[in-house]
Write a protein that binds this ligand. Structure first.
Ligand code: TMP
Ligand code: MG
Length: 297
């Protein structure tokens, strides 16, 4: 039977043969895909990270900005704030992706990073009505094939939950400007709280950083009634912390996880292969998720 499955995925999902694709256990991936295919689109929902998962990591050798980095625009923040945010990025991003540290070690440092950046942003009195222009002027870019991904899920009415430690207001503007903010899209993220004059005064709710998505997933589970009765999950992320985004799903049946390994490839390859079902190495496209969706829906 396995040999037949092999043939099927090869012909049905040729994208899985790309050399950027790594799998610890190909047979498990195939079995999961076929269980999901049998259950159909009505049993499926998709949970995805945003920065460096739905957006590209780099383009033409240049890093693509995350939602926080899109805010680095003179319309919103001054030079001093730019410099301080860059210093924080240079200090904390290497910690975030360090293969030699445990999540327990990283966690308090991530809280520090996000807290400091949010304090800096609040000091800048960012105006809500300038965000759209900053996104327009930025080099934000979704992965190649993102339109097929978003449009297909919308067409099938498969809920897409975007779970991001970035800035929700900026994230929404990026997907709106790319014409993919369809009604099936739900966002959990750090949202800005503006005063009555439209000036940033705080961030709403519990802070979300890269390594506390589990708590966010559990606390939001109850309000996302649309996801109930959809026990199959396709999960996309670029950080090991993203794996906990499905922890709020009640009675999951099949969960297929895809990890984009963008940076520190050699150092992190082993842990990614051991943690995600499918690992995509320096792949700036949505080809594999699109191929899987085409097969299971
Ligand atoms: P994500 O959950 O959508 O991937 O967003 C989190 C990413 O944002 C994480 O990988 C680090 C990045 N980040 C910045 O680029 N700049 C910042 O100032 C902060 C706080 C996070
Ligand atoms: Mg990310």
């Amino acid at each position: 039977v396995l040999a037949i499955w092999h043939q099927l995925t090869k012909t049905e999902i040729p994208e899985l043969a790309k050399c950027s694709v790594l799998m610890r256990e190909r047979s498990r991936v195939e079995e999961t895909i076929y269980s999901m295919q049998r259950a159909g689109a009505g049993s499926l929902h998709v949970i995805s990270d945003f920065d460096m998962t739905l957006t590209r990591f780099a383009h033409n050798g240049k890093r693509v900005p995350t939602t926080h980095n899109i805010l680095d625009n003179r319309l919103l923040i001054n030079e001093d704030c730019t410099r301080k945010m860059r210093e924080l990025l240079n200090t904390y991003y290497p910690i975030e992706i360090d293969a030699g540290r445990t999540v327990e070690e990283k966690l308090p440092r991530m809280v520090e990073w996000w807290t400091k950046v949010h304090e800096l942003l609040i000091e800048q009195r960012i105006r809500k009505d300038m965000l759209a222009q900053a996104v327009k002027e930025s080099s934000a870019m979704l992965r190649e094939g993102h339109n097929v991904f978003f449009d297909r899920l919308a067409e099938l009415q498969v809920p897409l939950l975007i779970f991001s430690a970035g800035v929700g207001d900026v994230l929404e503007e990026v997907i709106r400007q790319n014409d993919v903010f369809h009604p099936n899209v739900h966002v959990i993220s750090n949202y800005m709280d503006f005063d009555h004059t439209g000036v940033l005064r705080a961030f709403k709710g519990q802070l979300i950083h890269t390594f506390n998505k589990r708590e966010g997933a559990l606390s939001h589970a109850a309000c996302l009634t649309e996801l109930q009765g959809r026990p199959n999950v396709l999960l996309l992320g670029d950080s090991l912390g993203d794996l906990t985004m499905a922890d709020g799903v009640s009675k999951p049946e099949n969960i297929l996880t895809i990890g984009f390994l963008n940076d520190q490839v050699e150092e992190r390859k082993e842990s990614y292969i051991n943690s995600f079902d499918i690992v995509l190495v320096k792949d700036e496209t949505m080809d594999v998720p699109n191929g899987i969706l085409r097969c299971i829906t």
